[in-house]
Design a protein around this ligand. Sequence first.
Ligand code: C2E
Ligand code: MG
Ligand code: MG
Ligand code: MG
Length: 299
Amino acid sequence: AADVAMYQAKQLGRSNIQYYSPDMRVAAGKRLTLEGKLRHAAENNELVLHYQPKADIKSGRIVGVEALVRWQNPELGMVSPGVFIPIAEESGLIVPIGDWILRTACAQALAWQQAGLHIPVAVNLSAKQFQAPGIAARVRDTLEATGLDPHYLELELTESMSMGNPEKSIDIMQSFKALGITLTIDDFGTGYSNLSYLQRFPLDKLKLDQSFVRDMTHSPEALAISQAVLAVAHSLHLKVVAEGVETLEQLQLLAKSNCEEMQGYYFSRPLPAEDCTRFLSEKRRLSLQETVPFKTGAT
Ligand code: C2E
Ligand code: MG
Ligand code: MG
Ligand code: MG
């Protein structure tokens, strides 16, 4: 019921009377506290990026990393992005925070390149960040300021961000593409999953949502949907990244279904930058010296 009320409140917008249940008032109070602290999070150095490696599913070769933001507050402890990103979005804080994330991730990718680790970095863009005026210019300026080759930047977008105005979204995506950035649709299969968007948007990759990966080994329906998504993606020349891969069994099923890339705890958790540097150099050393391919058990 709270979800429905929240949904209706959102639909009504700011100028209308909104009805909140008592437990939502508590939630609203907590939100304000979080928002107040979040306002100073970047300047107080409380934000940090972790990086989760992604691998080619057949060879195990690292093909990239995804930057995932973390908020460590002295009073609140670790706040998950699932909690604070929505607050950042609704308060407008996502714009400065998003800029910080992009700058930090690009600088890290450049530092890895300078250390001989040529790894593309994927950054999540939230809907509000994507819709904020001048997003394409901000991304271009950040690339210029950090000096990162745009081919080493991937942006993860969600379907929801383009619902309102698909034409404008396509324009923005095209300006990203013109720079040489890789575009990926995140969490595919949740939300609206409008298939026509896959055709109309200038996308390179699709991330199969982790809920399908989680269920595919015991739910024939989840497996069927995953395979259908893979088939549609491939026929549109999109590469598929499976997210949330935790077991060898999932990995084997995905490899058999010709999924190209995987990301998940089975391969690596999201890591602080220094740990990720170690992971990347270790794997690179192995891939240069070892000829044994990554064991998926699938042929
Ligand atoms: P996402 O972009 O779909 O990121 C994947 C989430 O799955 C991450 O959660 C990651 O830690 C988690 N994950 C990775 N492998 C596994 C696995 O094997 N099993 C399970 N159960 N989970 C796995 P996280 O870091 O808590 O982020 C949650 C969401 O918050 C992200 O979903 C993304 O939508 C948002 N987010 C995170 N960082 C950023 C950011 O820098 N900017 C924006 N705008 N959103 C972000
Ligand atoms: Mg993502
Ligand atoms: Mg995702
Ligand atoms: Mg997800």
